[in-house]
Write a protein that binds this ligand. Structure first.
Ligand SMILES: Nc1nc2c(c(=O)[nH]1)N[C@H]1C(S)=C(S)[C@@H](COP(=O)(O)OP(=O)(O)OC[C@H]3O[C@@H](n4cnc5c(=O)[nH]c(N)nc54)[C@H](O)[C@@H]3O)O[C@H]1N2
Ligand SMILES: Nc1nc2c(c(=O)[nH]1)N[C@H]1C(S)=C(S)[C@@H](COP(=O)(O)OP(=O)(O)OC[C@H]3O[C@@H](n4cnc5c(=O)[nH]c(N)nc54)[C@H](O)[C@@H]3O)O[C@H]1N2
Ligand SMILES: [Mo]
Length: 764
């Protein structure tokens, strides 16, 4: 086994952390504990046996793919949490809402709200009593229909989607919005991998990752940038463990020493559990500065180019570059003189460290680069991701086995939702097909994205907000502003499984519409239904829940969309029989196949195959649908991210006990945090310089040019192994600090990983 070599930048110190390998017995026990807490142990256990099985349901956790060998039990500690949280025995019904006013509920934490259980009845808010009261489905649909029909123009309505929604529901939802007359279809992806989609689209002609799961078994080196798989994609660790054991190099760029990227013991392998035997994961670990990846990649590439200069013809893949790429010369020239001082200062890494990373890259025949929110939620996210593409292109690491670009997606169907039309910027070809199949004229003007939606509501340009899942109030930046924006609407509608912040900040009129979850049996007049989802690697497969629904009043997401469509669209929908589509979802899939025949032909047949089917990826086939019909090298300069004296770069992260705004519990095992989410991780010297100590109560203020100051209070400092000048804390608690007035270039993603803050002591 390889030695565990850690390249440290010299300014890191021992802080709190996890003393053991990630995974292991603790992961197993945490899963069991969580199942017990939700008070429905037997159902949860039975349900877990069906996760990611051929006739079972897709794990409602992350978008990491399932291996084709479906005999393996495929779920993880955090998948267990996601499933048991949905299958809880606790209920939130009319009695609950009679007991608690909305004002009272709004004073509760996000954790408390979601922990109350599954929503059971459609509910309508009554401003005069400040309570939600039960409403019939027909009344609810009619209210939405009335409000939508009364708007001056369709662009005053917003149709938001979160990424758990199935392909079938998502397709109907975008159809509803476009029949109604708007492309206002913002989604969680706007806050997530939008930067990846934009960057890859421009550079390689398709906005999705190019690798498949099998590639992980053939890669010689895997780079992991700005991603914490131990918490957010735990099943990825099995692939990394296998890769590590066969000697592949694993190179991590992350400001934090994330426990699971250091070492991992597989919770499903008894010997590893009993012996505490772990596998080192990262062979190289670079604690880059928050936001410093563009500089770091520039340095790595400069070293690669120098190695080629020293030994012409031995490093770059000239055949690939000649045949498959454009703009190479324009890209290379300025880079040869990239300034080392700037690179070192902006990345926080030394020239030698970057040389070492470059040597790993050039020694490997096949390289995969993975990334997630640590790269996408920055001002310079798109250039940074394009720099990854540049690096891959230099040695032909796109479109060959064991190599490629791997943006690791978040929500379990966020990629599928986009594929079937959830986007505020639809392609003309898609709209033409939609027009042909459904015989109407879809709107062509681009709609509002998430940032645009917040401002449109705040300014009164948008008046009806419909959320297909998700938690818009808590997930978005500048919480106070977003909540005011939602409250400013005439109607908010949330299709949800659990109570959350968005429900308790109602507009003048508000509805909560409870829906079936992934684990539940969905019976329509045509019998039990399946839905389909697409994972992070473009595999589409079926998902069918078996549990009895949490309440007899729940409707499926597709049925709710049909209900709204029938109430809101009357005249335009003459050609669409919504009831018939809902009766049997195969008909919805046939329509998807008619609109997107290249991707979904024979849809209903192909989902019968074990593991589903692969949508394909043009870049993987080395077909480049870009402006130059080649894979494009793109040039980017290193931004100066130096902050004013005293400020820190704060990044917002997920703890090990949450799924986005759903807080399962208040611990973060791998980072050594127990019983508290209001913590801020800081370097001990940064603490000392401010006259602060570990465990001190502080308030945090964010600073943006030409923007108001925002402050949160009641936080506790925690000395941590993080580069000087950087800090970290949890989302959504930190969201009030994020500006809604600035975003990533081109992708308009909120800057959730780079908040300039100052910290002040609170005397209490
Ligand atoms: N259990 C669980 N699973 C999840 C989720 C969840 O909340 N819980 N969320 C799902 C969703 S929607 C998504 S998008 C994914 C998110 O998956 P991740 O992107 O892994 O999630 P984050 O917690 O945001 O972690 C970001 C990581 O990037 C690092 N980082 C931050 N800034 C920088 C930087 O400037 N440079 C570099 N190199 N690294 C940086 C952080 O230290 C951290 O390790 O996970 C999905 N899966
Ligand atoms: N500061 C900061 N902010 C961030 C991020 C960050 O890293 N830092 N990450 C961003 C990212 S990557 C994302 S993806 C967004 C997430 O934004 P969203 O997707 O909007 O938020 P979630 O927390 O995933 O949504 C949780 C709610 O979904 C509902 N739900 C759960 N399952 C189902 C279902 O099957 N159907 C329906 N209809 N509803 C369901 C439940 O009611 C639950 O309360 O947040 C973003 N916000
Ligand atoms: Mo996400």
């Amino acid at each position: 086994m390889e030695t565990h070599r850690m390249a440290s930048q010299g300014n890191s110190v021992e802080g709190h952390g996890y003393p053991k390998p990630a995974g292991g017995m603790d992961a197993l026990l945490a899963g069991v504990r969580h199942t017990l807490k939700e008070k429905n142990t037997l159902r949860s256990m039975k349900t877990l046996l069906r996760v990611n099985q051929p006739d079972g349901f897709d794990c409602p956790g992350c978008a990491w793919p399932e291996p084709k060998d479906a005999s393996r039990l495929e779920f993880c500690e955090n998948g267990i949490k996601a499933v048991t949280f949905e299958t809880t025995a606790k209920r939130v019904g009319p009695d609950f809402f009679a007991k608690h006013s909305v004002t009272e509920l709004n004073a509760r934490s996000d954790h408390w709200l979601e922990a109350q259980g599954r929503l059971t009845h459609p509910m309508r808010y009554h401003a005069n009593t400040d309570h939600y009261q039960p409403v019939s489905w027909d009344e609810a649909f009619n209210l939405i229909g009335e409000k939508l029909k009364a708007l001056d123009n369709p662009d005053q309505a917003i149709f938001y989607t979160s990424g758990r929604t199935s392909n079938e529901a998502a397709f109907l939802y975008q159809l509803l919005a476009r029949l109604y007359g708007t492309n206002n279809l913002p989604d969680c992806s706007n806050m997530c991998h939008e930067s990846s989609g934009v960057a890859l689209g421009e550079a390689i002609g398709i906005g999705k990752g190019t690798v498949t799961l099998e590639d992980f078994q053939e890669a010689d080196a895997i780079f992991i940038m700005g991603q914490n798989p131990g918490t957010n994609h735990p099943r990825m660790l099995s692939e990394l463990q296998k890769a590590s054991r066969r000697g592949a190099k694993i190179v991590t760029f992350n400001p934090l020493r994330e426990a699971a990227l250091v070492a991992f013991a597989h919770p499903k392998h008894p010997t590893e559990l009993l012996t505490g035997h772990d596998t080192p994961i990262s062979t190289h670990y670079y604690q880059v500065l928050v936001g410093g990846d563009l500089a770091a990649l520039t340095g790595v590439i400069r070293h690669v180019l120098e190695a080629e200069d020293a030994n012409p013809g031995s490093v770059l893949d000239h055949d690939f570059i000649r045949e498959h790429t454009s703009d190479f010369d324009a890209f290379v020239e300025p880079l040869k003189n990239a300034d080392w001082q700037t690179i070192e200062a902006q990345s926080g890494l030394t020239r030698e460290q970057l040389k070492e990373a470059a040597e790993v890259y050039t020694a490997a025949e096949r390289v995969i680069v993975c990334w997630a929110m640590g790269l996408t939620q920055h001002k310079h996210a798109v250039p940074t991701i394009q720099m990854i593409v540049n690096l891959l292109l230099l040695r032909g690491n796109l479109g060959k086995p064991g190599a490629g670009a791997c943006p690791v997606r978040g929500h379990s169907n966020v990629q599928g939702d986009r594929t079937v039309g959830i986007t505020e910027k639809p392609k003309p070809a898609f709209l033409q097909n939609l027009a042909r199949v459904f015989d109407f004229t879809p709107p062509t003007e681009h709609g509002l994205d998430t940032m645009g939606a917040i401002h449109a509501m705040a300014e009164g340009r948008a008046k009806v907000f419909v959320g297909m899942g998700g938690n818009f109030a808590a997930a978005t930046p500048d919480t106070d502003h977003t909540i005011a924006a939602l409250r400013h609407c005439e109607l908010t509608v949330h299709v949800s499984t659990k109570l959350n912040r968005s429900h308790v900040v109602p507009a003048a009129d508000a509805l909560i519409l409870p829906c079936l979850g992934r684990t539940e049996l969905d019976v329509q007049s045509g019998g039990p239904q399946k839905v389909t989802v697409e994972d992070s690697m473009s595999m589409v497969h079926a998902s069918a829940g078996k549990n009895p629904p949490a309440s007899q009043h729940l409707l499926s997401e597709p049925a709710i969309i049909a209900g709204i469509a029938k109430a809101a669209l009357e005249s335009q929908t003459s050609s669409i029989d919504w009831d018939e589509l809902i009766a049997d979802y195969r008909r919805i899939r046939d329509k998807i196949a008619e609109v997107l025949p290249d991707l979904f032909h024979d849809y209903n047949d192909r989902i019968q195959q074990p593991g589903g089917f692969y949508l394909g990826n043009s870049a993987r086939d080395r077909a480049w649908k870009t402006a130059t019909n080649k894979a494009r090298f793109t040039s980017h300069t290193i931004p100066d991210l130096t902050l004013a004296a005293g400020q820190l770069r704060l990044m917002t992260l997920r703890s090990h006990d949450q799924f986005n705004t759903t807080i399962y519990d208040v611990h973060d095992r791998y980072r050594g945090v127990r019983g508290d989410r209001k913590v801020i991780f800081m370097h001990p010297v940064d603490l000392k310089e401010r006259g602060l100590s570990d465990g001190q109560r502080v308030e945090i203020t964010s600073h943006y040019e030409n923007d108001k100051q925002r402050t949160v209070t009641g936080f506790r400092t925690m000395a941590y192994d993080i580069p000087r000048g950087c800090a970290a804390g949890y989302f959504p608690e930190m969201n009030p600090l994020v500006t809604a007035n600035d975003w990533a270039e081109k992708s308009r993603t909120p800057l959730s990983k780079f908040i300039p803050v100052t910290i002040a002591k609170v005397n209490a």
